[in-house]
Write a protein that binds this ligand. Sequence first.
Ligand code: C2E
Ligand code: CA
Ligand code: CA
Length: 457
Amino acid sequence: MTSAHQSEPRLDSGASAKGLTLVKGVPGKFSWGNTKTMNGSCCSLTGSITNLPVRQNLSAAVSAAHEQGWNAAVIVLKVSDLTEINHWHGYETGDQVIETVMERIETCLSEGHFVGRLGGGHFLVFLRTQLHKSAMAEQVEGVISAVSSPMNFGAGALFINCTAGVSLMPDDAAVADQLMRNAELALRSARLGNQAFYSETLHDNLASQAEIRSALVGALAREEFFLVYQPQVCMKTGETFAVEALLRWQSPTLGMVPPDRFIPIAESAGLMPELGDWILTSACCQASQWLQAGKPLRVAVNISAAQLEESGFACRVQDTLAKCGLPASLLEIEVTESMLVGQVQDNQRTLQAIRNTGVKLALDDFGTGYSNLAYLRHFVFDTLKIDRLFTSAVTEERAGDVLVRAIIAMGAELGHEIVAEGVETAEQMQALQKLGCSRMQGYYFSRPVRAEEIQQD
Ligand code: C2E
Ligand code: CA
Ligand code: CA
């Protein structure tokens, strides 16, 4: 190395020809000014298994940056669809994609960086920088969009997605291992095609998710779940005409965990089909008991996307009704709009099959989410549940009033029953009644309660 380069990182660009497991810019010798020299000869032995060369280079680069008083960023990039590309276009094309990704990352970055592949579609970028967070975000954005632009190797364009997690030195961590782990945590929270920066809140949130996830394993067998029921009231008759079944989890270690906290985790852990079956069976059997006691009450059951997408779900609903001895008309299935995007036709077929047997269908949280009116054309619903955001808006803003009036008019025109959720006050109830809504659910009438309390009504 010449003295002219001594204060600058020297990052060779000549990566070994097919050095896909190795470090770009650090072919075999890593040199940062005259402070660090590292022999990377172990790379080919351990690279693809342990990521060791990338991690060793990261350690060296972090130490060098500390010694020279630089700040730095560690970015972990995930390129999705690589497995698909290997499968459909062959491993050579996959290799070309990897090389192209490395080159594209390189061209986006200024001096003082290196790029390594961690394995699969994961890449690590070390960037010595004095940039502030917003400028860093712009730079990472540039990398994401460069990597994600179509690649052409002769057999048509390949499209890949790139997502990034970023950890900053010294703000987030001072040592290489922690910086890398932080960047990976941030990556997990980033939406596809976007970036996320590490933060302590993110760390705490993910740690608590991991805790919930492990406490959920076996919770069903340990009988930690139970259902509560919230009445839906008809204002014309003053009677409870239906109840919504809502899941509760009393964990011995975590206490009561709210469903909107643990259900998404149960879904991503693949526990929901089994738990969902238990919910459906318990709710149907409970409704059947009410029926036998001379109190026919429709029970509304929330289902999750994983259940709807499982093959044979419509048949399972039928089997459950038969097993519990509940007429189909006393069951309502609640779905949300977000569950209808994606596999529209399959879901439409499943929901139609369920409805054909006499089970009712409700569209939950209506007015939030995509609010794509096309769903009302594609899917046939019996009930629209107006989300509680709108319910609270009827007495608070004029626009809320106008929107609820429009939803009610549209629902009536399409023959839907309208249920307003989250009614908490007499004022809300009166305002909704004036707008023509006669079916309501909310704390004003009753909180969700145990089945025994419903029977005492
Ligand atoms: P959701 O289906 O919209 O359920 C209504 C939520 O609003 C319930 O919260 C209920 O307790 C709450 N709520 C009812 N009335 C009022 C009110 O007047 N004011 C306010 N602020 N809230 C009210 P919960 O039980 O915590 O459930 C939250 C969400 O968790 C549910 O929203 C649903 O998306 C999901 N969930 C609950 N149970 C199940 C289940 O058995 N299966 C599935 N897949 N999801 C469930
Ligand atoms: Ca619901
Ligand atoms: Ca709802």
